[in-house]
Design a protein around this ligand. Structure first.
Ligand SMILES: C[S@@+](CC[C@H](N)C(=O)[O-])C[C@H]1O[C@@H](n2cnc3c(N)ncnc32)[C@H](O)[C@@H]1O
Length: 218
């Protein structure tokens, strides 16, 4: 599984757009829904905030919003923190390294983009969703994007081919193929909905789909 440490963290921003087709669009579509639904002064929880992409873009959209940026990789969060300082938004972001269970501030919305796919469906995905639910205010939305189980026999091949078109070198394509087959924990739509339901969320509504990657709001 990717560790999101050392060079995986330092090269994350330059690699991710070649690994996830439509990465920028996924973020844009997520952010614009927050822009149209959240009031001034909202608090947004970003689970698996990585190098800070979501927070940086959202902070620009509304200068009154506050954030919690959580992640389990200190290397990713260190990069995020440096970015927050560079963009002058550090005082608006609470950076949290470690499990969500340690947090207490409730949120008006949560994002969990490209994170749960790395969490096994052995009770861990359920715990993550429950922890998020516990931090959300009543009727606050969760934006969740994940690699899903392939829906056709050729979807993964097409995904690798698209990564190649986006500039991913052959070694990267082989690594991606290995990861897609062995290192992710993708769910099919039925299990995905079931799990969300078990954690107290409503029926997920699809707002992004790029081959294997789907984005839902719940
Ligand atoms: C593919 S990156 C996505 C980062 C960011 N959300 C984005 O869209 O660019 C996945 C991130 O999830 C983090 N992560 C993995 N498992 C996690 C967990 N159980 N809880 C929180 N973060 C996790 C990784 O450390 C990494 O920073």
């Amino acid at each position: 599984m990717p560790t999101f440490t050392d060079e995986q963290a330092t090269h994350y921003d330059s690699r991710i757009t070649r690994l996830v087709p439509g990465y920028e669009l996924l973020h844009q579509l997520t952010n614009v829904q927050l822009q149209t639904t959240l009031a001034d002064g909202a608090h947004i929880l970003v689970v698996g905030a990585g190098t800070g992409k979501e927070v940086l873009a959202l902070a620009k959209l509304n200068p009154t919003w506050q954030f919690t940026a959580q992640d389990t990789s200190s290397d990713m969060l260190n990069i995020a923190q440096a970015q927050f300082a560079e963009h002058g938004i550090s005082e608006r972001v609470h950076v949290h390294f470690g499990p969500l269970a340690k947090l207490t501030q409730s949120a008006d919305a949560a994002l969990c983009l490209l994170v749960m796919q790395f969490v096994a469906d052995n009770g861990d995905k359920k715990q993550l969703l429950k922890d998020i639910k516990a931090l959300l205010k009543k009727s606050a939305a969760l934006y969740l994007a994940d690699l899903m189980r392939p829906e056709t026999t050729f979807e993964r091949d097409a995904q690798i081919a698209l990564c190649a078109q986006l500039g991913l070198a052959e070694a990267g394509q082989n690594y991606m193929r290995h990861n897609l087959e062995n290192e992710f924990y993708p769910l099919d739509r039925m299990r995905f909905s079931e799990l969300l339901n078990e954690c107290g969320f409503a029926q997920p509504k699809l707002y992004f789909k790029a081959l294997g990657f789907s984005g839902y709001v719940v």
